[in-house]
Design a protein around this ligand. Structure first.
Ligand SMILES: Cc1cc2nc3c(=O)[nH]c(=O)nc-3n(C[C@H](O)[C@H](O)[C@H](O)COP(=O)(O)OP(=O)(O)OC[C@H]3O[C@@H](n4cnc5c(N)ncnc54)[C@H](O)[C@@H]3O)c2cc1C
Length: 485
């Protein structure tokens, strides 16, 4: 069994210097410094690998506060809302025309110092282990296994997996939200830790037998076992009842045949949860979850699909030709897949929603900086009324959405979010991201169409969010059904 591990990060009040360091670490200020224009994608830098992982402030042992010390649903002990000094600062920023991120965003109330310390650790990880290699991964169409192992070593995989299997033992979704926000801000969609942690992790931890958990979870947490979930088929996407991949009972094993498409982590995955028909006449209730592992005879990968965005995410076709899947690899109830999927899809949708609003906010920051610096007709774009109204409208939409999303994050952390509100969060935040990305790209003019600009990549990377995890239309179906049927 893998030893229990402690997430290494320091808690404590953030200082201005820390903030600057974190921004620099995340490549945000470097973007401006190197390009001369805000918003350009940072170029890969030759950062040595394997040297003293994330040493320094975030790893100082005597300042480390364990992940486990944070209660699952504990909220800030201090009074909510801005404190007098902060209020003064906020008002001052409004009056003096301070930075957009200071004036447009209300102070968030759902995070504690521990979450913010975790955020800093994630930013440092991204700066050291992801950003320097990202351009290469985009060209390769795939991220490196080293990055997965580095994420495991840093304690970023299996946040909610019990410690006895090598996980963080932390059921507070706010840590997952921090992870999703920071990966989005760094533009690091290719390394799909959210999919691994928040979508696949719960299937293994809540449905797995003791033997399955001991077999798979330590590798899941260390980054040795990369995972995928395969529901979609060429003929079945929104309507999972159309699934044709089927498994026949052959005594001590299943014989699996069929194909899947659009599967995230499809090339790298060592373990794939496959939704397959185990009872032909069962309709939605004849489906089961079978775990297919790397190396099983008859399990083949198809193309690494050529997408318009998320280029470094290996999204692939999978084929199953008479794959012998041991009976021990049935996950959850026989013919119970539909119910299992319904239970876990809410968290998948929340993860995508969190990325949606975080992406929109980040685009707004980038674009606010851009229009202050870019000049036309003898003055900065930011002085033109149309531009100001564009920014004002997007900031308002983001602020309103942020309030709802933070409430959903807090509710989900407390185990109180229902599928309908998760669907609302998903369609609203991802459609907002789509609108904001389009408008921000327009405000960048021709530069916004250049792939080296953050806004261009966010436009293409983010476009999928209204489609995967259930389309906007399906989200509205779920909401409408709950209100009208
Ligand atoms: C990059 C990427 C990664 C993905 N990762 C995964 C993964 O890891 N695992 C996985 O299983 N799948 C994955 N998918 C698949 C994704 O979940 C599906 O594409 C999605 O569910 C939509 O299914 P579809 O593409 O078959 O579209 P369809 O279901 O054919 O829908 C086409 C259009 O019809 C609309 N529509 C369908 N039904 C209705 C209805 N009842 N009412 C109104 N409108 C409707 C849809 O909203 C959509 O606009 C991924 C897809 C992409 C592109």
């Amino acid at each position: 069994m893998a030893p229990a591990r402690t997430l290494r990060y320091a808690a404590g009040p953030r200082r201005v210097a820390d903030e600057a360091a974190a921004r620099e670490a995340a490549g945000l200020d470097a973007v401006r410094a190197r390009s001369g224009r805000p918003g350009r994608v940072p170029r890969a830098e030759a950062a040595p690998r394997g040297r003293g992982r994330l040493r320094g402030r975030s790893c100082v042992r005597d300042r480390t506060r364990g992940f486990r010390a944070v209660g699952g649903t504990r909220f800030p002990a201090r009074p909510v809302g801005p404190q007098p000094a902060e209020l003064t600062e906020t008002v001052k920023n409004w009056l003096m025309g301070g930075p957009a991120e200071m004036t447009a965003q209300m102070k968030r109330q759902i995070f504690t110092e521990d979450h913010e310390a975790f955020r800093e650790m994630v930013r440092t990880f991204l700066a050291k282990e992801v950003t320097p290699y990202y351009e290469q991964w985009e060209k390769d169409g795939i991220v490196s296994r080293d990055a997965w192992r580095a994420a495991g070593k840093q304690g970023l995989l299996g946040l909610a997996v019990p410690e006895e299997y090598g996980g963080g033992g932390q059921h507070d979704f706010r840590y997952s939200a921090v992870l999703a926000e920071e990966f989005t801000r760094a533009g690091a969609a290719g390394l799909a830790v959210g999919l691994h942690n928040d979508i696949i992790g719960p299937y293994l931890t809540t449905l797995g037998t003791e033997e399955q958990k001991r077999r798979w979870l330590p590798g899941f947490c260390s980054g040795e076992i990369i995972t995928a979930i395969a529901m979609t088929e060429p003929g079945a996407g929104s309507d999972l009842q159309g699934i044709r991949t089927h498994a026949e009972d052959a005594g001590d094993h299943w014989v699996l045949n069929g194909s899947k498409t659009f599967i995230s982590n499809g090339i790298l995955a060592d373990l794939v949860i496959v939704v397959a028909r185990t009872t032909p006449e069962g309709g939605a209730h004849g489906l089961s979850l079978l775990v297919v592992e790397q190396g099983m005879a008859g399990f083949e990968r198809g193309r690494n699909l050529d997408k318009i965005g998320q280029k470094s995410q290996d999204t692939a076709e999978l084929f199953f030709h008479d794959v012998r899947v041991p009976k021990e690899n049935l996950l959850g109830e026989l013919n119970g897949a539909f119910g299992h999927l319904m239970t876990h899809l809410a968290q998948e949708r929340m993860g995508i929603a969190v990325a949606g609003i975080a992406g929109a906010e980040h685009l707004l920051e980038i674009t606010s900086s851009y229009v202050k610096e870019r000049e036309a007709f003898g003055r900065p774009l930011a002085k033109l009324q149309h531009i100001r109204f564009e920014i004002a409208e997007m900031a308002t939409e983001c602020a309103v959405t942020r309030a709802f999303l933070d409430r959903c994050i807090a509710d989900h952390s407390a185990g109180a979010l229902d599928a309908v509100h998760a669907s609302m969060a998903k369609w609203w935040a991802t459609e907002l991201h789509k609108r904001v990305a389009d408008r921000c790209l327009q405000l960048h003019g021709g530069y916004g169409y250049m792939a080296e600009y953050r806004v261009a990549r966010a436009f293409t990377d983010g476009r999928i969010q209204t489609i995967y995890g259930g389309t906007t239309e399906i989200m509205k179906e779920i909401i409408g059904r709950s209100l009208l049927d």
